[in-house]
Write a protein that binds this ligand. Structure first.
Ligand code: HPA
Length: 273
């Protein structure tokens, strides 16, 4: 059997020894949304350290555990703290938790992140529904022997972010009086923020936001047939677009400032998809 698939099976076994919970929706929480998981009706939690072979996140502000529970009666599994490529893990480990949640039965995936705005129409604190992504800046998580058990060798990526889900997000946001942007997310490796020239490049490619996560997870999820949507919290204007220098503190502060609204939005989305 393929090494990566074997590792996944080992992780699944480890999780299944601890819970029989059957999630419908999987959620990955980005910066600022980390404590969302504490506000849901929690049934069970499993720390990543309890799962044999599981990659552990090292970024401050990212907790490392799966939370199983209910949001508006919908059974969900929440990844509280994700794994980033810049931490040094191979891409197959970065997307392992996403695949795991799919293998636990989740058919739908909601991705969230903090991102830099590359579109001059955006401002810090805006939310952006991800319409598409560009992953040219990072290795594909699907490189290597194909995991035939999960999906096809050459999967279609023409609608990574479900139009159906995007429409629901826009409707839910409108009903809540939340203005929502739309755009293309560009994933780069980090951990350094981009240079102004890189941001201009992203914009010329058609990118509206830049970040260090998400698109690889979306790709792995689509490979295995999950329905995917994503929302970015624009925490700052990307490098070179304002007079300010970038720092993680600003990202965290903006994320914290809009966290309450972001959480309310996510709750309504789960309840409606
Ligand atoms: N660039 C990359 N990742 C980010 C940014 C950014 O400007 N802001 C938050 N995450």
């Amino acid at each position: 059997m393929n090494e990566i698939y074997e590792k996944l099976k080992k992780c699944i076994k480890s999780v299944r020894e601890k819970t029989n919970f059957q999630p419908e929706v999987a959620l990955i929480l980005g910066s600022g949304l980390g404590d969302y998981a504490e506000e849901i009706q929690i049934e069970q939690t499993i720390d990543y350290t309890e799962i044999e072979g599981f990659p552990i996140s090292t970024v401050a502000g990212h907790k490392g555990r799966f939370v199983f529970g209910y949001v508006k009666k919908v059974p969900v599994v929440i990844m509280q703290g994700r794994v980033h490529y810049y931490e040094g893990y191979p891409m197959s480990d970065v997307v392992l938790p996403t695949r795991l949640m799919g293998m636990l039965g989740a058919k739908k995936l909601i991705l969230t992140n903090a991102a830099g705005g590359a579109n001059y129409d955006f401002k810090p604190g805006d939310f952006m529904v991800i319409t598409d992504h560009i992953t040219t800046g990072v290795p594909s998580p699907l490189i290597g022997p194909n995991l035939d058990e999960l999906g096809a060798r050459f999967p279609d990526m023409s609608e990574v972010y479900s139009v159906r889900m995007r429409d629901i997000i826009k409707k839910v946001a409108a009903d809540m009086g939340i203005q929502i942007q739309e755009g293309v997310y560009v994933q780069l490796t980090g951990p350094a923020y981009e240079t102004p020239a890189e941001v201009r490049l992203c914009r010329s490619w058609g990118g509206d936001a830049v970040g260090m996560s998400t698109a690889c997870e979306a790709m792995a999820a689509r490979h295995m047939g999950m329905e995917v949507c994503g929302i970015s919290c624009i925490t700052n204007m990307a490098a070179g677009m304002s007079s300010e220098q970038l720092d993680h503190k600003e990202v965290q502060e903006t994320a914290d400032r809009v966290a309450k609204q972001f959480k309310a939005l996510v709750t309504e989305i789960v309840g409606n998809i």
